[in-house]
Design a protein around this ligand. Sequence first.
Ligand code: IMP
Length: 200
Amino acid sequence: MTTDENKMLQELTHGISEVLIPEESINQRVSELGAAISQDYEGRNPLFIGVLKGVFFFMADLLRKVTIPVEVDFIAISSYSLEARDKGFVRLVKDLDTPITGRHVLFIEDVVDTGLTLNYLLQNLNSRSPASLEVCTIFNKPHHRLIDLSLKYVGFDLPDRFVVGYGLDYRERYRNLPYVALLKAQTITPALRGSNLNII
Ligand code: IMP
């Protein structure tokens, strides 16, 4: 690595306190999920739907491990805010390009925490009468679940901590870390330290 590259990497990672899930473990698990999904959906021409922005890293890696024909679409929701999250409020800012009536839909998520966001989105998608609708999430945080949801494919259960990396952000940063990590206390703004997100 050149001195410049090293300096840039240090700038990206100096807010991190600990790597929780290393890159190799994520790669391994994504391969396993890809193999399982390929087997389960063979001959069903599934449509993978991802919710932006956090999911695009996982979606891109997963798709390259899936060995059957699939189609892909995205929706986008309003960016994460503590207030909106507590009320289970989600605003759709980009809808699907593809009709899903009669399709086998696999909904791809980055993280499910309370389940409020996912619940809202699943209700919305179900109202369009897909042939089937299942969920694949790379990360699951079961500790604060408010709604019981069935998650067919789960990559990793996470501890009750706020994490960043592999698509997950803190104030839009750290998404591009190839691993999942905890943040240092001093990285977090004081207002968020006492929140129910368990950021530190
Ligand atoms: P839920 O509605 O509580 O399930 O929240 C899902 C959303 O919360 C995710 O799409 C993320 O935007 C955000 N989120 C929850 N936990 C974390 C975390 O540990 N790091 C980053 N974002 C998180």
